[in-house]
Design a protein around this ligand. Structure first.
Ligand code: PLP
Length: 285
């Protein structure tokens, strides 16, 4: 079955020409995006992802292209037309198409809206979580507004490719003070030898992960102490556990950092439990 994409109000075969050459998303990465995991037809953490989408648009002064209700219909219709129940759904909004010029285009320029969906097997994600993943570390060379979910992801792309070429799943990015900011497409966590969960606070230099926020809530509800602060690689190497969170990885244990085992080298019990708790609660949000 041909995959279907939503582009500016139309449902088209994914390979149909649909976006114009002077679209600002293409010319300047002048665009934002969101990602939802869908399980059994339900969008996980839908509200949080919409809230962040509106924040990203507002921070970049991109007009809202459609109401949230209309976007929600389009997301669900894209899923339906692709006949998917377990999926990853992507939404991009660009500032629209206009003669190339760095400054904003005319106020009546319509943003471009693109939605795509693809199958994502929960079994594959669960198997990965049962094995745990390896991460490498790379300097964080991104811009100073990583809290905005823009499609300007070149530094993330290069670091992820380094991870792939090293046989790792993710790259953790490290700031100039030696602290981990986050992964290329995930937030980064450790569990210290005292059992304290540590993840970086939400400032301008990390994405405000929707899954991160839900996992903090779940962890605190279970009685864990969560410290929102940066951690160094030394702390990560001494940690009992490490894990990543994101819409697509949920909570996934990290078992190796730069070739060195984390803890006993097996997925940690805290991360494994938080993955279960997250999955159990995310349908409702
Ligand atoms: N950090 C970065 C850089 C990301 O790209 C993502 C997700 O795409 C995340 C963190 C995790 O965010 P969320 O939990 O909202 O998917």
């Amino acid at each position: 079955m041909a995959r279907i994409a939503f582009v500016n109000g139309r449902y088209l075969p994914i390979d149909a020409p649909a976006v114009q050459a002077e679209d600002r998303g293409l010319q300047f990465a002048d665009s934002v995006y969101e990602v939802w995991t869908v399980r059994d037809g339900r969008f996980l953490d839908s509200t949080g992802h919409f809230r962040r989408l509106l924040r990203s648009l507002d921070e970049l002064r991109i007009p809202h292209p459609m109401s949230v209700a209309a976007l929600d219909v389009a997301l669900k219709e894209t899923l339906r037309r692709n006949r998917l129940k377990d999926a990853t759904v992507y939404l991009q909004v660009t500032r629209g198409t206009a003669r190339r010029d760095h400054g904003f285009p005319a106020a009546d320029t319509r943003p471009t809206v693109i939605i795509t969906a693809r199958p994502s097997s929960s079994a594959a994600g669960d198997a990965r979580a049962e094995r745990g993943v390896a991460v490498i570390t790379r300097p964080d060379t991104r811009w100073a507004r990583c809290d905005i979910k823009t499609t300007g992801l070149l530094a993330n792309v290069l670091a992820k490719q380094d991870a792939r070429e090293t046989g790792a799943w993710e790259a953790w990015l490290v700031d100039t003070e030696g602290r981990v900011t986050e992964g290329t497409s995930t937030n980064a966590w450790i569990v210290t030898s005292d059992g304290v969960l540590v993840t970086r606070p939400i400032t301008d230099n990390i994405l405000h992960g929707v899954t991160r926020a839900a996992v903090i809530e779940a962890a605190r509800a279970e009685g864990h102490t969560v410290e929102e602060r940066g951690f160094t690689l030394e702390e990560a190497h001494a940690a009992r556990e490490a894990f990543i969170t994101s819409a697509t990885s949920l909570a996934t244990p990290v078992v190796e950092i730069d070739g060195r085992p984390v803890g006993n080298g097996a997925p940690g019990s805290v991360a494994t439990r938080l993955r279960e708790l997250y999955l159990a609660s995310a349908h409702e949000r």
